[in-house]
Design a protein around this ligand. Sequence first.
Ligand SMILES: O=C(O)C1=C[C@@H](OP(=O)(O)O)[C@@H](O)[C@H](O)C1
Ligand SMILES: C=C(OP(=O)(O)O)C(=O)O
Length: 688
Amino acid sequence: MFDIPFLGLPPLHSAHGTVSLPGSKSISNRVLLLAALCEGAYTTVHDVLESDDTDAMLGALRQLGCSIEAVDESGRSLRIGGLSRQHLPTTASLHLGNAGTAMRPLTAALALLTAPGCEYELTGVARMQERPIGDLVDALRQLGCRIDYVRNEGYPPLRLHAADAQALAQNTHIRVRGNVSSQFLTALLLALPLAAAERDYVIEVEGELISRPYIHITLSLLERFGIHVRNDGWQRFTIPAGSRYQSPGEIHVEADASSASYFIALGGIASDPTQGQRITIEGVGADSIQGDIRFMEAAAQMGVHIEAGANWISATRGAWPLKAIELDCNHIPDAAMTLAVMALYAEGTTRLSNIGSWRVKETDRIDAMQTELRKLGATVASGPDWIAVTPPARLPQWQTASIATYDDHRMAMCFSLAAFNPARVPLRIEEPRCVGKTFPDYFETLFAVARAHPADIPVICIDGPSASGKGTLAARVAERLGFATLDSGALYRIAGWAAQHHGLDISTANATALAQLARTLPVAFVQDRVFYDGEDITLAIRSSEGSRNASLISAIGPVREALLSFQRDSARLPGLVADGRDMGTVVFPQAVLKVFLTASAEKRAERRYKQLISQGLAANITTLREELETRDARDASRSVAPLRPADDALMLDNSDMDIDTATLQVLSWWAQKHPGFQRDNASDSAST
Ligand SMILES: O=C(O)C1=C[C@@H](OP(=O)(O)O)[C@@H](O)[C@H](O)C1
Ligand SMILES: C=C(OP(=O)(O)O)C(=O)O
């Protein structure tokens, strides 16, 4: 997950490959709760989503005394023990983040489960406290449930007390409004089987029922747990007397159909079938119980070529540009946001209607979408429950933009699709961590299938002498930008170690054999460890001998040539920070930012000394300083790729600078290379 202030997206040009998507949020949270409501039984849930929303549900269930165990190391199969009514805690304060699928169903279930003398408080993030829940509370009060608003009437936080048992036995017919959120009806349907042992309960929907396919998910899953609800025209639902939760034993969660929408759109925008390209999505398909699967129809209407099997979908470009559409999106409220961004690639105006619920979700999505699409140069109009999007008329009208995400995962995910814009302007997605709500590895998944022209992948080079701190600085800068790192020095150390390992003398006489060895290094980088043919050589290559061998082998031209393509291939989305001695001069001469990092020999010897000691290796500071000076002289005077700053490198002497200051300096130089964004990195960096 990219937990950074912003993520830069360079222009992307194509996408193809296969993605396997995480589990459905709507199914995961329903199934977790249903499993918890199966008193005295265990349910194993496979492929459960791991995200902020499911963490909210799991955290609450644990607080209520539910036993939850990972079945294997993947962590995606959980064994849930049903809650025991007798052993619920007397009090609990449940923090449910911004998960509607936790807040609403748990409110209803606990309103019925709270025993006399017990009290539970349910709350969430600031935005959750602005998301309405009054219609659900009103419906539960009709049953005799006792619920207080802690702060504002109609909104969480809520305080729940034991229901009036007599009223609950008598008031078996209730009404709920369906036009603000279908989650209120879902919550009642999931909770009422707890009361329906002896009598029918009837829920009547008042007015329009929005987001109806989500009720279909609820009813399908209730069936799996032994509850057969009678559905009369989606207006009246009867939970029959004698209903009792029964665990199915095991249950699988499908991949998330709303998450699939980004990759269906991606195929339609960026996979060229004439080049044999397509995006294939695994884990969800035509047989899905999720309503958002019908996004396929909307995307096809816009011209995306889609094929689907029971459990897979594939998408490629069909019509291009896409076709503008007018669509009532009430049935696909979440995936409809993806259509609004696809509209940027359509000819004409796309109008999405009947999406009033957007205004009470993670943010006011109609306003947010309008503001951010306009930043890119689109013409956008909107009303209480609709939005109309017309793309920039001509290439020069596309604007580079820093997209605010309003702590809304879907804003971050759907706007990433704008990086394929024909004007090839880069974008920035602010606070990309918000995708954690339902798809923590969204950007990693996108980058695994999206391609940029190599010249568009941003590279920052940090060159400098031994022990100048370039590795640490590169790692810090990379962490802040979400970039990959290339420690080119390590490659020479590995090659030097390999030469010794294979009994090859490190001299020009062996240049051909050494280059051949360097070309086929069986090396693997696993977190911060280095493995050679399965052997952990992390410490060995960092020893003084390792440094000496690295310096010797790096002076051999054919070895440098052999390692060149390995280094260039390390450039990957969303960018790379490469440190070494010739990153800016030889390997990435086109890099956007080149930094030449120096520090006095004294300071460097001191740092190397501390590093070795902390790794438990023997060291002598005077010898280290002499070695560094000898190495500097050899590196600077060697005939191939001598150590020197690139002509366009910025000099940074960090002798008397701490790592935070050096990092901020590099980030601020980076920001200066990207004018046009409304926020700058330096202030972002300083603020966190
Ligand atoms: O029941 C569910 O799982 C959901 C219902 C929908 O909400 P509304 O019914 O509020 O539209 C949807 O937007 C949400 O992401 C998940
Ligand atoms: C509206 C959404 O979430 P929630 O389940 O919190 O309502 C969503 O995921 O788009």
